[in-house]
Design a protein. Structure first.
Length: 300
């Protein structure tokens, strides 16, 4: 099945323009890579933007230590294929050095701890721009982001103090110590991403396709059996056919019951879904403003 949709070409052109602007305006940009579909799309667009030259960005992965093994395998295979340099910033290493304190209890997650590790990695690398795969349709806080989103010297974001972006003119001026987060796929939707990946025949992690997995339910979410999650006595394991709709830390990534075994199946499923892709993310449910609060502190 092909999806020869004009708006996908327009989105591709817009994103490639932004990627080239980053290469032109910043001295030391980095591409944040998680192994999820949006960062995979970013990597593919970057490859097209600078072909036949290599991608001019270092890739940075903030590794919580609680990732799905399939994600790490895919990440390593892709960076080798693209010939890019990968930097891994480790949450576990920061915990071992007592720079951050790990959460305890049934709802413990390392997702919040990523902020310190990310900001530390950006400072150590002296990166002046960090490319992220955030999209405006994902979540209300991300809908407030501009393409070029300014961060102060502490890596923090002020959603009420953003620069206007008129006629594709991006203001990249900053003071020493400040940096920008750049979101080239801001205007894409989840359906756009899947249709484009199908059209381009981009290989994807097996997690996105239906497979049998041991799971348990908690607070209306389906979570994977994991050595990183402490189950309550009443939380019983069972095996179901599931897939990931979004991929993150195993402790907060909700799974979806699904028979979608091909990308065409996923497109049909997403086009009729009544729940957003982040509706299964436990980290977004900690408060009504969970994402915005994290982003203000420096989260991506």
């Amino acid at each position: 099945m092909t999806y020869q949709l004009n708006h996908l070409k327009e989105l591709e052109s817009e994103s490639i323009f932004v990627l080239r602007e980053v290469a032109a305006k910043f001295e030391n940009p980095v591409l944040l890579f998680s192994g999820g579909k949006d960062s995979i799309l970013m990597a593919h667009l970057a490859m097209k933007a600078f072909h036949p030259a290599r991608i001019p960005f270092v890739f940075l992965h903030v590794d919580t230590g609680h990732n799905f093994p399939e994600t790490l395998t895919y990440r390593d295979e892709l960076v080798e294929k693209l010939g890019v340099r990968l930097i891994v910033a480790s949450v576990q290493e920061a915990i071992d050095k007592r720079l951050i304190v790990e959460e305890k209890g049934y709802h413990a997650s390392r997702n919040l701890l990523q902020t310190f590790v990310l900001l530390d990695a950006l400072e150590k690398g002296k990166y002046d721009a960090a490319l992220g795969g955030g999209r405006r349709d994902e979540e209300k806080a991300r809908a407030k982001e501009r393409f070029f989103s300014h961060r102060d010297e502490f890596g923090q974001w002020d959603p009420k103090n953003q620069r206007p972006e008129l006629w594709n003119l991006f203001n990249a001026r900053k003071q020493p110590g400040e940096h920008f987060r750049v979101f080239p796929i801001s205007n894409w939707t989840e359906l756009d991403v899947w249709q484009y990946l199908a059209e381009e025949k981009v290989p994807l992690p097996s997690l996105y396709f239906s497979h049998k997995r041991k799971i348990f339910e908690r607070d209306g979410l389906i979570l994977a059996d994991s050595p990183y999650i402490t189950r309550k006595p009443e939380e019983v394991l069972e095996e179901r056919v599931i897939r990931c709709r979004t991929i993150g830390d195993m402790t907060c990534t909700g799974l979806w019951e699904s028979d979608a075994s091909t990308i065409e199946d996923i497109i049909r499923e997403v086009s009729t879904a009544r729940k957003t892709e982040r509706g299964g993310r436990a980290d977004d449910k900690r408060s009504d403003t969970a994402m915005e609060d994290r982003k203000k502190e420096g989260y991506f």
